[in-house]
Design a protein around this ligand. Structure first.
Ligand SMILES: [Zn+2]
Length: 529
């Protein structure tokens, strides 16, 4: 692609070359490889006559956030003045998150007097070139692109899952990935005896709770002890110390994978930005029978399912409070429970569950704060953030209206142009056919022109199809944003918010021992306030 960037003289540019390759990019092909990006940027910088101060690489990092070591190192060097220019191959290398990327291009770089160039996009923050006008649009597009890729990868994973191929990361306890075939599972000799033991205990009528006690007392190692691996932060602390957990035991006893059947797609990420995992309904699981060596027979497994105690019913008398299930201890990571109102004065207190269970071991502190004050603070804080967010969105909309076309209008315009072109091609095809019949052109000529025009028409049809898909994606995403905005507005107008509202808005709230609160929203943009 031709670069529109020209050299601005009499400034001594110290260039940072920034390179990013995500796992998603890798799966789609080689064109964006680290080597390609580096060669491309080095030769571009040399052509411009700039000096390369450093090369910053993030290999295997997604562009949906900025927690990347190479990127962070670069920011440090910008802060210390080592660098005054940043170059990437295209804008999506900088980031695929619209708001975040925009912040860097529109605020951070200008504030630090750093020139930013995205070579193939023709973006240069020091030039008033036409390339810059499309920067915000591009950023939106890159955001869509990340979503697009996560969809593509999901689809291709699903195809493999349907063939009974293992496509997960770390297999469940007892299994390892076959060294000769990464899509096949084999029993892990370090772990398989543990799983067999757990099933044996269950068959001898032990409950998951009793099994957990037995395993811990007999010092049967947890996976965290064997491999140093843990899936879940809450369980991590215990399992590193060799404490087994009832939930882990129950998870093993109910996992059909141990009967030799491949069970996948049990859970998935909510979307490409949020790392939160949701559990799929059982009918959406992808099960392929007899794909690997079982650790328990199908008959025994069925028996265990019948014997397992049904989900323990929670205390019926317990009143659900607004923040029930959302509170976590910042210090130890365990849940924070809300006690029933105290009989003496009717006040409600919270307590760290880990502290409550093991208070004599001094594992954590009580975090025993007044619940009502906490709830009040949380509501007030969310209202404040919601108002600020809505104001900022309205401001952004105003700016976008004046300065840039909306991406939706832009795609619609492109689409109408392409459709017009396609109509023209089709009527061309009609015309040359008539020309042939009327003997104005030879058969030979007709064949050649027909072939060319119909190929062009087919290409256009394909482009139109892609644009329509893109439009659907953009519409879907803007709908998501509007939904969230409406939810926030609803929240602001509610005098007393309900639990459903809280669960939709908030992922979790961490309570520090010094009473600080960290609120994590389900909508990522709000977490940056
Ligand atoms: Zn705690």
């Amino acid at each position: 692609m031709e670069s529109v960037i020209t050299k601005i003289s009499n400034v001594n540019y110290k260039v940072a070359i920034y390179i990013r390759l995500s796992k998603e990019d890798e799966k789609l092909g080689e064109s964006e490889s680290i080597t390609n990006q580096r060669e491309f940027l080095k030769s571009w910088t040399a052509e411009q006559g700039f000096e390369i101060q450093g090369v910053y690489i993030d290999d295997g990092f997604s562009g949906t956030n900025f927690n990347r070591p190479g990127f962070q190192r670069m920011l440090k060097d910008i802060d210390s003045g080592k660098i005054n220019m940043v170059v990437t191959k295209d804008m999506s290398r900088l980031g695929r998150d619209y708001i975040g990327t925009g912040e860097f291009i529109e605020k951070y770089f200008p504030a630090k007097k750093v020139r930013y160039v995205a070579v193939t996009d023709g973006v240069d923050t020091f030039l008033d070139s036409s390339g810059n006008d499309i920067a915000p649009f591009k950023a939106v597009f890159n955001d869509m692109y990340a979503k697009d890729i996560s969809k593509k990868i999901r689809v291709s994973l699903r195809t493999k899952q349907k063939q009974g191929l293992w496509v997960g990361g770390c297999p469940p306890l007892g299994y390892m990935v076959d060294p000769d075939d990464k899509n096949h599972l084999v029993p892990d000799p370090e772990e398989d005896y543990i799983v067999k033991y757990i099933f044996r205990l269950a068959l001898s009528l032990k409950t998951p709770y009793q099994i957990k006690e037995i395993l811990t007392n007999e010092k049967i190692p947890t996976r965290a002890m064997i491999k140093g691996k843990v899936n879940n932060r809450i369980q991590a602390i215990d399992s590193k110390k060799g404490y087994w957990n009832t939930k882990t035991v129950k998870g093993i006893l109910t996992n059909q994978l141990y009967t030799g059947d491949m069970v996948q797609n049990r859970r998935q990420k909510v979307n490409y930005k949020v790392k939160k995992v949701v559990y799929n309904k059982k009918e959406d699981w992808i099960i392929v029978e007899n794909t690997h060596e079982p650790l328990v027979s199908k008959e025994e497994f069925e028996l265990v399912q019948k014997m397992l105690p049904k989900n323990t019913i929670r205390n019926e008398k317990k009143i659900y409070r607004l923040l029930d299930g959302l509170l976590y201890c910042y210090e130890c990571g365990h849940r924070i429970g809300i006690c029933n109102p105290r009989k003496s004065d009717g006040r409600t207190y919270i307590v760290c569950n880990y502290y409550r269970l093991h208070s004599k071991h001094k594992v954590c502190t009580s975090h025993g704060f007044n619940y009502d004050a906490l709830e009040e603070t949380v509501i007030a804080t969310i209202k404040k953030i919601a108002k600020e967010y809505i104001n900022k969105q309205e401001l952004l909309n105003q700016i976008n209206k004046v300065k840039f076309e909306s991406p939706i209008e832009k795609i619609k315009f492109e689409l109408s142009k392409k459709e017009e072109k396609l109509n023209l091609k089709n009527s061309n095809l009609d015309n040359i056919y008539l020309d042939k019949i009327e003997g104005k052109i030879s058969e030979d000529m007709y064949q050649r022109v027909f072939k060319r025009v119909s190929t062009e028409a087919k290409e256009l049809e394909l482009e139109i199809k892609e644009l329509k898909e893109k439009l659907d994606n953009v519409l879907e995403n803007s709908k998501l944003e509007i939904d969230y905005k409406n939810l926030l507005e609803e929240f602001i107008n509610m005098s007393i918010p309900n639990r459903e509202m809280m669960l939709r808005l908030i992922d979790k709230i961490e309570v520090h021992k010094d009473k600080q609160l960290d609120i994590y929203f389900n909508f990522k943009e709000l977490n940056n306030f």
